[in-house]
Design a protein around this ligand. Structure first.
Ligand code: CTP
Length: 425
């Protein structure tokens, strides 16, 4: 239907990017395919398509499919149709863009390139495997446009960049390349690896890590890529590959994976399984926090801010050193369970997990005991019991209930009768 709408206006319509790659990969592997994200490009071919062509097409489609939500992004005149929890389509995201020729300033290599804006549109993309298009409009509907050898690279399992400056212009492509390599079990092609190393050695990370105020969009994309990687099942191999390439420097110049951080990340996974079976914590963010805490204290807050992490995450990273030192100083001298509770209840679960990752085995076990046992113990009496016992409701209830809780934690009282006697004293 989209193709008919384009054809009627004399435009060409193409399926581009990840969907083409995934279609071809599924064909190679004769596997199943579930595409949730479709990128379409409208091209006027020899006559220039109106810059608003994508938007016009999306509007027409939305009238035919009123269940879809239409979003228009003004700056590049792109539109998206979103189906969310649709009974037939489940969730689907269709982006419709107009072939752009001047998004990246590459001089067209030859007249043929000049003539075909779809070719230029594909040329400004990241990797050959992501730079193929499938023509959806006649004549030759169904034809694969593969100007840069994407199909061969798919077959040879290679991640190959399209031009040497790609990573300098967009350092987040380093992360994308690693993500695709690990996800598909591909290799980063040697020359592409050289371009990555060149970009990193030429200080491209300074732009990402330090000039936040001038490059907020870059930081947003870096965060999105980190999220993508850290929530994927292959996150560990991806981090390892990023580290091998020196690309963790994009987060901070001093960030490196060493044995200690790898041990902490393994421990973190065990903690998340044990203490967050309900998945109330944001696991990718916890992994990122564990990485950032590995930096010297003075860098943590700045890196968290640059990456535009959530407020609570930024606050945790800024406060970590102080909280950690406090627990290290006071926890060893806690004689009674009530003192442990008094100390540790001022921290939230993510902070306690992060502190535990850095603690000695002995103190870590104390924190685990607090989280699994002590934190779940309730006072033997509640507010209602106090009312029945004749205590006037008021702010003193908090103190009384706290005293009862401390006494039950320390096994001074074991039941309601003993609790009442304890109060009478
Ligand atoms: N793209 C690019 N450079 C980027 C981001 C995206 O060239 N920094 C292009 C690629 O052609 C990519 C397409 O935009 O295929 C769509 O991007 P995106 O949806 O982020 O990625 P996909 O390739 O669809 O991969 P995924 O399956 O992970 O969504």
């Amino acid at each position: 239907i989209a193709s008919q709408a384009a054809q009627k206006r004399g435009w060409h319509l193409y399926l581009v990017g990840g969907a083409v790659r995934d279609l071809l990969l599924a064909k190679e592997a004769a596997g199943d395919l579930m595409i949730k994200d479709i990128d379409l490009v409208v091209d006027g071919f020899h006559k220039t398509a109106d810059v608003g062509a994508g938007v016009e097409l999306a509007k027409e489609l939305q009238q035919l499919y009123p269940a879809a939500r239409l979003e228009i992004h003004g700056a590049f005149q792109t539109a998206a149709l979103l189906w969310h929890n649709d009974p037939e389509l489940d969730s689907l995201w269709v982006d419709i863009a107009t072939a752009r020729t001047e998004f990246y300033p590459y001089p067209a290599a030859n007249p043929e390139v000049e003539a075909s804006s779809i070719r230029q549109d594909l040329y400004r993309r990241d990797f050959t495997i992501n730079a193929m298009a499938l023509r959806l409009t006649p004549p030759r509907a169904g034809e694969l446009l593969d100007f840069f050898g994407g199909l061969l690279d798919l077959q040879a399992k290679q991640i190959r960049v399209l031009h040497p400056n790609s990573f300098i212009e967009d350092p987040t492509r380093i992360y994308r390349g690693v993500r695709f390599a690990v996800r598909f079990g591909f290799e980063i092609e040697p020359q592409t690896e050289e371009f990555i190393r060149y970009a990193i050695n030429s200080g491209v990370y300074d732009r990402t890590a330090q000039e936040n105020s001038r490059t907020p969009a870059l930081q947003t994309r870096l965060k999105a890529e980190l999220k993508h990687i850290l929530e994927a099942p292959y996150w560990k191999s991806a981090l390892q590959l990023l580290d091998n390439l020196g690309a963790l420097q994009c987060i901070h110049p001093t960030l490196k994976l060493d044995e200690e951080i790898l041990r902490q990340l393994r421990l973190l996974e065990r903690c998340l399984r044990r203490f967050d079976s309900q998945q109330t914590l944001i696991h990718w963010q916890m992994r990122l926090e564990a990485l950032v805490i590995h930096l010297a204290p003075e860098y943590r807050g700045k890196v968290a801010q640059n990456l535009q992490l959530q407020e609570d995450s930024i606050a945790r990273l800024k406060k970590f050193a102080q909280s950690f030192n406090q627990v290290m100083e006071l926890l060893p001298s806690c004689q009674h369970p009530s003192q442990v509770v008094q100390l540790l209840r001022q921290y939230d679960l993510p902070m306690l997990i992060l502190i535990a990752l850095h603690s000695s085995r002995f103190l870590r076990q104390q924190i685990w005991y607090y989280l699994t046992v002590l934190a779940n113990i309730q006072p033997i009496l509640n507010g209602n019991d106090l009312k029945i016992l004749g205590y006037k409701p008021g702010p003193q209830y908090r103190q009384i209930l706290d005293d009862i809780l401390a006494a039950s934690l320390d096994k001074v009282i074991k039941n309601k009768v003993e609790a009442e006697e304890f109060l009478a004293k």
